[in-house]
Design a protein around this ligand. Structure first.
Ligand code: SAH
Length: 213
């Protein structure tokens, strides 16, 4: 696994691009500058790694666009030691960003191939979530609830009830909702029974599917 000053230069540029698109959170920008994204995709496509675009990975899935990762991380206002549930581990790049921000991360993936690959790969880079879970994100992770933040990185046809139920009061769920285009939707838990809802624009994701595979 190689990381060079050339890669570092490309990462600095990518962080500048994201800054111009409105990313201001220093913790997010530092994570983008630090994480070797080229190691998260097939090495023959390395030249694509630091462009601001999504890219295919194993099992017909994609590594999210850097802007999307940065936007979701910034919106959730990640703080040190926050307990975070991530739905859709995928390549693990978003996971690495959350870990760089010193959060405590539980991450769920439904594709066994990706679950296996990423749970071996991320720790090799020094990124250690509390737990990699092979399972169905629609169910959340009741035994580790409540969470400060829940981030969904696949497009959900509807908002799964268990995810709302597993938030702390004051906690937030950020989830792209829709069928073809997805509306980034932020829920903030106001009390045991009340949630505030905000829509934050259109994004494109691979679909959130039910059951593990
Ligand atoms: N955060 C990832 C995004 C990967 S794409 C990255 O930066 O690479 C979305 C991921 O969500 C895919 O890996 C897909 O397999 C996974 N996924 C889809 N439905 C899911 C579900 N119900 N539970 C858990 N993961 C799911």
């Amino acid at each position: 696994m190689r990381d060079t000053s050339k890669h570092q230069g490309l990462r600095n540029k990518l962080a500048q691009v994201l800054e111009r698109k409105g990313i201001q959170d220093i913790g997010v920008l530092n994570a983008i500058r630090k994480i070797p994204r080229h190691l998260f995709i097939d090495s023959s496509f390395e030249s694509h790694a630091y462009q601001d675009k999504a890219f295919p990975i194993a099992a017909n899935q994609t590594i999210s666009q850097p802007y999307t990762v940065a936007f979701q991380s910034q919106t959730l206002n990640i703080q040190k030691d926050h307990r975070i549930l991530e739905i859709g581990t995928g390549s693990g790049y978003q996971t690495a960003v959350l870990l760089e921000m010193n959060a405590e991360v539980y991450t769920i993936e439904r594709q066994h191939e990706l679950f296996k690959k990423t749970s071996l790969f991320l720790p090799k880079l020094g990124y250690k979530p509390k737990r990699f879970i092979f399972g169905d994100g629609y169910k959340g992770l009741a035994e580790k609830a409540p969470f400060d933040k829940i981030i969904v990185t696949a497009g959900a046809p509807y908002v799964p009830k268990p995810l709302l139920a597993q938030l702390k009061v004051g906690g937030m769920l950020l989830i792209p909702v829709g069928d073809e285009t997805h509306i980034m939707t932020l829920f903030t838990r106001k009390s045991a029974t009340e949630f505030d809802k905000k829509e934050l624009g259109d994004f494109a994701f691979v679909p959130m599917l039910e059951d593990k595979q």
